[in-house]
Design a protein around this ligand. Sequence first.
Ligand code: TYM
Length: 330
Amino acid sequence: PKRIFSGMQPTSSSLHLGNYLGALVNWVKLQDDYDAYYGVVDLHALTVTTDPSVLRDRTRITAAQFLAGGVDPTRSTLVLQSYVPEHTELAWILACQTAMGEASRMTQFKDKTAKGQTANVGLFTYPILMAADILLYDADLVPVGEDQRQHLELTRDLAERMNSRFGRLLTVPEPYIVQGSAKVMDLQDPTSKMSKSLSSDNGLIDLLDDPRRIVKKIKSAVTDTEREIRYDVEAKPGVSNLLVIHSTLSGTPVADLERQFEGKGYGDLKGEVAEVVVAAIEPFQARFNELLADPAELDRILVEGSAKAGEVAAATLARVREGIGLLPRA
Ligand code: TYM
C-alpha cells in the first residue's frame, strides 16, 4: 500500500475544530487504505517557548486526541518525532539544499512574525524539518489543511532537487487537501482561518471545550445581514463556514443542506450545527478522558510506534547518506 505521513504540533492543550475537520478526520479515513504514519511533532513545538512540564502534558494530550479521534494504533503508526533522531539529521541535509530565498518566502513564517511572534531560527527553518518528516517515510500522500500547502510545495521541490542532483533518493509526495474543510474559519471573523494562536476565544472551538460553551460559541457565530442559507465563500463566509462544518461532520453534501434549510433562518442553521458538533465531540471527550487516565499505555503506544517508524527512517537516511557522499556508518 501507499504511504502517508502527517503530523500535528503539541502547542496547545487541545486540538481545535480546524485541526479535526481539516486533518484528523481524513487521517482516520485514510488509515484503512494506506500505510499511515502520524506524528506528534514535538520538535516543531520547541519553536514556541513552553514550560517543560506543559510541553510534556501537551505531547501526551495530543497523542490521546489522535486516538480519541479514531486513529487506531493497530492500523496506523504513531510517531513521537523526537524519539526518531533521523528527523533532525535529514532536516540538516535538506537545509543545505534550501536556498535562503525560498525559505524566506514561506508565508506562515511571515504571517507569524508580522503578528508579533518573536522569531527564532527554528521557526524560520521549521518547514525544512517538516519536509524531513515527510520525506523520511517516503510518503506518497500528506493529508493536511490548506495552510500547509506552501510547505508541501517546498517539500516537493526539495525532493525533486535531491533526486536530480544525486539520483532517485526520495519519494515526491502529493498533498491531500479536501476542499471546504481544509480551511475552517474563525467563528467571529469568518474571513480568517480558525487558529490556536490568532483566533479569539469565541472564534475557536477546542475539542475539549465544555459542550455548553460550544453551543454558545456556535450560536453567536458571525453571519451576514441577508437571510438566505447558501454556500458562497466570498459573499457569505460565516454561513458557508457553518455549512462546511455541518457537512463534514454529518456527511450530508452542502447542496443537500442548502435545500434542507430553504426558507429557514440562521438560528435554525446554528442550532443544527451545534447539535452535530456536540454529537461528535461528546464521544470524543469520553474516549479522550479514558486514554488520558492511562498515561503508561499512551507512552507505550508512542514508544512502540516510534520504534517501528525508526526502522523506516533509518533505511531512508542510510540511502540518503550514501547518495550524497557521507561515509556509511560501520
Ligand atoms: P498544525 O499543528 O498547526 O495543525 C495540524 C493540522 O491541522 C490543520 N489545520 C486546519 N485545517 C483546517 N482549518 C483550519 N482552520 C486549520 N488549522 C489547522 C493543519 O493544516 C494541519 O494539517 N506544520 C504542521 C505540522 C507538521 C506536519 C509535518 C504536517 C509538522 N511536520 C509533516 C504534515 C506533515 C503544523 O503546524 O500543523
